[in-house]
Design a protein around this ligand. Structure first.
Ligand SMILES: Nc1nc2c(c(=O)[nH]1)N[C@H]1C(S)=C(S)[C@@H](COP(=O)(O)OP(=O)(O)OC[C@H]3O[C@@H](n4cnc5c(=O)[nH]c(N)nc54)[C@H](O)[C@@H]3O)O[C@H]1N2
Ligand SMILES: Nc1nc2c(c(=O)[nH]1)N[C@H]1C(S)=C(S)[C@@H](COP(=O)(O)OP(=O)(O)OC[C@H]3O[C@@H](n4cnc5c(=O)[nH]c(N)nc54)[C@H](O)[C@@H]3O)O[C@H]1N2
Ligand code: SF4
Ligand SMILES: [Mo]
Length: 720
């Protein structure tokens, strides 16, 4: 049995009278933190951090600590339901699992027969460790359309790293980087993907220098040696400014450039187009500061970039990602100790292989919605949501008849929410798998009750790039809830895919582990497994790209007909690109800075976490607020050309007066009508998804940088 090495688990059990503890890994966010789950009388009594876990070293965030409030929440859906009234009526009837799976299977087979498998769209949100099963069922069915958050989150980072250097470089914090550049990220709140805030904080405490690139004075910015307070959406220009200094002052790694990069000359030419004077004008960052930051970063070894999603939710998405990788590469930090390592996972069936991408017939892949336009995204099986809404609303290029969302709340989280609503209202049939009947689920025909991370066995983190896999262990069973893996395992067998699924999903876990020569029952006895860690592999093997080099000029993008070098594009709605609109909407709106207790639309029902954030908050500079007649705490209206919503004003002097920063994903589960207030404060009513505003290669929507006006709600009432 597992040992509880340095922790005081046995003592806790004795002193507090728990019955036993289960060692597992949290997944209230993207997951990874090691936990002990204490059980008393068959119920989860307490969750605590596992000091032996190399991911979190015993630390946990508020969400992890509050997990039991999710598991036992009285509003949770604990059995399958079907809608009995009209869409949005809020009237549901209990059905059995067999009825639910049969009804969904019947619809799938019927639409496939009449309109082709492409008329069925599977969807999920951010990484919930179910993407491998979702792609598997879709690919085996022949549908090329899986709608994820991947167009504007993580997908671009992974894809652009693959085309540049073969895989995604991850910071080796245990190698103690000497300088950290935190770019559009706030890791101590967000703990995203492969990262947790704790190792970052430990590296800072150990003396690492810090450069923060953020329009807002965040907590990390308050600890920074240099804060680059850029105009939102101008990241590529700023990155080019930094590269300009690195190239022209000869601060780059000469061996790396001579032997390992592709496209150096055209790249240098492009770099020289971005003079520091031009960059200062575009970005609002003084050129001296850019120079200082470039020198600090390039002369500290090792140095790393802790990058975030802010740079991906813009028109420059993929080019932003690539430029940051160029800074890492040219300063010699790729695959260096304490730099950004191209980790290997243990030998397992990876997400792509499990997802059965190779089994999607070519002619079906060619039907992928938006595939002609967003060619890089399509190569990685990713689509932008608007193509789905268009296919439902206009039936172009062909009709989409069925949606199956498994762990997503797109009405709240995708751009142009009013259009999303119209599409969800119109679609012929929709199934949803979730913990609650969310505003999106209210528009479904069938809702399936999903199991939380405490209710399933799973191989945690096997989709990540840090090289670890972590056993997640089932602690309790709630009602009839099933993991997404188990429910899709059942559904797959009903739609002609019998030979590709298992008796129970434990067979799927065995399949993933097969290359290691072990089964789930063996892995279940382990703490974790990590792939081999080796540095500078490219010196021996080259990079895993078409040229075997680190590609500054992307041969893959060039072949697809794109500019092979990154460029700065002005975001479509900005004071520069839309001066007339700016007169009417005189603030730059940024959205979505993460809040500790929530995970997008999640956790607003959980008492501990809601008590951290009671109302939706928009930050405004006190001078701007004075101009608009707004007092701190007022409910205000934020309005863009697409609509308006209400949030409460919080004064924040740590950003330019021309910027306001609004929270995203707000709905009100405490409102018991079927809308649950989805349109009141949902900032995505204001965001845009027009094709012209999307990243041309990936279809990322511009949800971070828009124009808006803001005024007291009282003023609005007086006008009406
Ligand atoms: N304006 C604006 N919009 C944004 C962002 C922003 O910064 N600004 N950020 C965007 C980003 S980066 C992302 S990734 C998307 C996220 O978008 P989504 O993933 O759609 O957002 P969530 O609210 O996390 O929705 C997840 C839903 O799945 C349920 N759920 C959680 N875990 C599971 C599970 O294991 N199984 C099942 N079946 N259900 C589960 C939850 O209850 C919740 O209802 O939002 C984006 N939207
Ligand atoms: N608690 C919590 N944790 C989460 C999530 C959550 O909802 N809640 N969501 C998860 C998901 S799916 C994701 S993708 C990650 C994202 O997590 P992070 O990558 O850390 O992103 P954010 O906190 O959204 O934004 C980071 C910073 O970007 C800044 N920013 C805004 N616009 C710009 C810009 O144009 N340029 C630059 N350089 N900076 C800008 C904001 O001011 C903010 O401080 O967090 C994950 N973790
Ligand atoms: S950071 Fe994520 S994995 Fe860690 S405790 Fe918080 S919610 Fe759980
Ligand atoms: Mo995300």
């Amino acid at each position: 049995m597992l040992e509880f090495k340095y922790s005081n688990v046995e003592r806790e059990i004795e002193v507090y009278g728990f019955d036993y503890a289960v060692k597992s890994h949290c997944r209230m966010c993207h997951g990874g933190c090691g936990v002990f789950v204490y059980v008393k009388d068959g119920k989860i009594a307490k969750i605590a951090g596992d000091p032996d876990c190399p991911i979190n070293h015993g630390t946990l965030c508020s969400k992890g600590l509050a997990s039991a409030q999710l598991v036992y929440h009285p509003d949770r859906l604990t059995y399958p339901v079907k809608r009995i009234g009209h869409k949005g009526s809020g009237k549901w009837e209990r059905i059995s699992w067999d009825e639910a799976i049969d009804a969904i299977a019947e619809r799938i087979l019927d639409y496939k027969d009449k309109y082709g498998a492409e008329s069925i769209v599977f969807g999920y949100g951010t990484g919930r460790e179910n993407e491998a099963v979702i792609y598997r069922i879709a690919n085996l069915l022949g549908s090329p359309n899986v709608l994820t958050a991947g167009h504007f989150c993580y997908g671009p980072r992974i894809s652009s790293s693959i085309i540049t250097m073969g895989t995604n470089p991850i910071i080796e914090y245990e190698g103690f980087p000497k300088c950290i550049m935190m770019w559009g990220n706030n890791v101590t709140i967000s703990n995203p993907d492969c990262y947790k805030g704790e190792p970052f904080s430990v590296a800072l405490d150990a003396g690492a220098k810090l450069i923060v690139v953020d329009p807002r004075f965040t907590k990390p910015a308050s600890r920074a040696n240099i804060w680059l307070q850029l105009r939102p959406g101008t990241d590529p220009a700023l990155a080019y400014g930094i590269l300009n200094v690195i190239v022209n002052e000869g601060l780059y790694d000469k061996d790396f450039v001579e032997n390992h990069v592709y496209g150096w000359e055209p790249f240098v030419k492009r770099v020289n187009e971005y003079t520091l004077e031009r960059v200062e004008e575009i970005t609002w960052v003084p050129k001296e500061k850019i120079r200082e930051a470039a020198r600090l970063f390039a002369t500290s070894k090792p140095a790393v970039i802790q990058w975030g999603v802010a740079i991906e939710q813009q028109i420059n998405c993929v080019d932003n990602d690539r430029l940051l990788m160029f800074i890492m590469g040219l300063t010699g930090n790729i695959d260096a100790e304490g730099g950004q390592v191209l980790y290997r996972t243990p030998p397992i069936v990876n997400v792509g292989q499990f997802g059965a991408h190779a089994m999607l017939p070519r002619e079906q892949a060619q039907k992928r919605l938006g595939g002609d336009r967003f060619r890089l995204a399509s190569r990685f099986a990713i689509i932008t949501p608007k193509v789905v809404w268009d296919a439902i609303l206009d039936e172009k290029p062909y009709p989409v008849k069925m949606l199956f969302f498994i762990s997503s709340n797109p009405l709240m989280t995708r751009a142009n929410a009013k259009e999303v609503y119209r599409a969800l209202e119109k679609v012929d049939f929709m199934a949803v798998s979730d913990f609650f009947i969310t505003p999106t689920a209210e528009l479904a025909d069938i809702v399936l009750p999903a199991a939380t991370w405490l209710e399933m066995d799973y191989i945690g983190d096997f989709w990540k790039r840090h090289g670890y896999i972590l056993p997640r262990r089932k602690v309790v069973q709630i009602g009839e809830c099933l993991s997404d893996h188990e429910m899709l395992n059942r559904l797959g067998k009903k739609i002609g895919q019998e030979q590709f699924w298992w008796d129970t999903f434990e067979g799927g876990l065995d399949f993933i582990l097969q290359p290691m020569g072990i089964k789930w029952n063996d892995f279940n006895q382990m703490d974790y497994v990590r792939g081999p860690v080796r540095h500078f592999k490219y010196r021996k093997y080259g990079f895993s790209t078409p040229t075997r080099k680190f590609e500054l000029c992307s041969t893959i993008l060039e072949k697809m007909g794109y500019d092979p070098l990154p460029q700065h594009r002005e975001v479509p709605e900005s004071p520069v690109s839309a001066p007339e609109l700016y007169k009417e909407y005189p603030y730059i709106l940024i959205t979505g800075a993460r809040q500790p207790g929530f995970f997008h639309t999640e956790n607003r029902q959980l008492p501990w976490l809601r008590s951290l954030h009671r109302d939706p908050i928009v930050q405004i500079h006190p001078d701007a607020a004075a101009n608009e007649g707004i007092k701190e705490g007022d409910w205000v209206v934020i309005e863009s050309p697409r609509g308006k919503v209400r949030q409460r004003a919080q004064f924040f002097a740590g950003m330019d007066k021309r910027i306001v920063s609004a929270q995203h994903a707000w709905w009100f589960p405490e409102k018991k009508d079927p809308g649950h207030g989805w349109a009141e404060s949902n900032i995505n009513i204001l965001t845009d998804n027009a094709y012209e505003g999307c990243d041309p290669t990936f279809g990322a929507t511009n949800i971070r940088t828009l124009l808006c006006k803001i005024y007291p709600e009282k003023k609005e009432a007086a006008h009406e």
